[in-house]
Design a binder for this molecule. Structure first.
Ligand code: SAJ
Length: 404
């Protein structure tokens, strides 16, 4: 099939490569000229995607990166994979999705199947995307939803073996979309409506947000009752059924977990239902940085003024470079506001932010493990007898007891 994937971030690029690898003729389109320039030369920030893969697929003529609207005029399938963030007031921001749909509708000059992978609330395909295409084009389109399930850097669950939920606005759209995904996904799950598919994706990540908030509240209880939350979670996890371990942290980052639940609570409230758990979970997770700072101050005899603090890892989770919604940035800001001298070390992050250091330092008063990448060697702090607090959101032992 002739396919164009709109948006070449970690989701769109993964689909472009997956579809091209099984023989589809794929155009990877993005409005970001610099990104297209880099991809054409095999350069990408997405973990798990190699330069050779990008160059070989382009050499085989199965994959072409483009910034030119004319290139996708006559494709059979359009896959929309653009960001759906939150506004400053943490409401759904569909501006990018709306603009992309309008751009595509105006440029397509053939009947096509439109597949939306961008995460949004139930009804987005039916009530936003479909009307845009019908009002901006005279061609006949079919519509389907296939919410993205890409986990960058996850080598176990990849595009091919991660089940994919599909549903079209018509049975024909469902069948065509299902056949397309079956060509590169082992397990395609069709559901009765795009609303079910859209809702399932939101619920998957709301489940995580609420459970992470629960364990963050549990950590506050553990601190007050003087027991280890991590030890209690590990003990609870010995139950082989009916339990799933989550770990306390300084908060929830990324473009999925802190964002998707607010799309669900927005849709709920538009329908007159108060999404209490989601709102409380958002609040608990957003407040964790302040809570942890209070605990650090107590640990350091109630004053961080002038203290030299180094943070190990600032991306939103281990082994990736993504900074979106990373609570570590808030931690740096809040510690600096109360007079601490904060530096940070994260070789995966290229950020022009005050305090960047190029290694773990021993001439600091306090080391904070926040986002431990596999490449980190904490023996530097051990040998240097640095006081270290492990704030990491996992069960791994880095040489010091978990602090949260
Ligand atoms: N976090 C905790 N405690 C935990 C787990 C995570 O505080 O027990 C924090 C992390 O530090 C991070 C944030 O939550 O800041 C998000 O972590 P995440 O493991 O949920 O990773 P994400 O945001 O990359 O979530 C993605 C999602 N994938 C898709 O939306 C397609 C999610 O559904 C996956 O479950 C998750 O990857 C995964 O399991 O890796």
């Amino acid at each position: 099939m002739k396919v164009c994937v709109i948006g070449q971030g970690y989701v769109g690029l993964t689909i472009s490569i997956g579809a091209a690898s099984v023989g589809h003729e794929v155009i990877g389109f993005d409005i970001n000229k610099e990104l297209i320039h880099d991809l054409t030369r095999g350069k990408t920030f997405v973990p798990g995607i190699s330069k050779n893969t990008l160059l070989e697929l382009q050499a085989s003529k199965k994959l072409r990166f483009s910034n030119n609207q004319n290139d996708y005029k006559n494709v059979e399938i359009i896959v929309i994979a653009v960001p759906t963030p939150l506004t400053g007031s943490r409401q759904p921001d569909l501006e990018i999705l709306t603009s992309a749909a309008q751009m595509i509708a105006k440029n397509l000059s053939s009947d096509s199947l439109i597949i939306n992978e961008s995460t949004s609330f139930p009804g987005t395909l039916r009530n936003l995307i479909k009307p845009i295409f019908e009002s901006h084009s005279q061609y006949q389109f079919e519509f389907a939803s296939a919410p993205e399930r890409v986990d960058p850097g996850n080598s176990k669950w990849i595009l091919k073996n991660t089940p994919r939920i599909i549903s079209g606005l018509t049975s024909s759209a469902t069948e065509k979309a299902s056949n397309f995904y079956k060509s590169f996904c082992d397990n395609v799950v069709t559901v009765s409506s795009p609303e079910v598919a859209e809702a399932a994706k939101l619920f998957e990540n709301t489940f995580r947000q609420v459970n992470i908030a629960l364990v963050n509240e549990f950590a506050q209880i553990a601190n007050a009752l003087n027991f280890s939350a991590h030890e209690a979670v590990a003990a609870a996890a010995t139950k082989p059924f009916g339990f799933m371990a989550f770990y306390p942290s300084i908060g929830v980052g990324g473009h999925c977990i802190p964002v998707d639940p607010s799309y669900l609570s927005y849709a709920a409230e538009m329908a007159g239902v108060k999404a209490q758990f989601i709102n409380i979970a958002n609040k608990v997770n957003l407040e964790m940085v302040s809570h942890v700072i209070i605990r650090i101050k107590t640990e350091m005899n109630n004053s961080l003024e002038g203290l030299k603090i180094q943070i190990a890892g600032i991306s939103y989770k281990s082994n990736i470079s993504d900074l979106r919604e990373s609570p570590a940035l808030n931690l740096i800001s809040e510690l600096s506001k109360i007079g601490a001298k904060v530096q940070w070390f994260d070789p995966l992050v290229n950020l022009d932010l005050k305090g960047r250091s190029n290694c773990l330092k021993t001439d600091v008063d306090l080391g904070l493990i926040v986002t431990p990448h596999d490449t980190f060697d904490f023996s530097v702090w051990k040998v240097g007898k640095v006081k270290v607090l492990d704030l990491s959101a996992d069960s791994k032992n880095y040489g010091w007891p978990k602090f949260i």
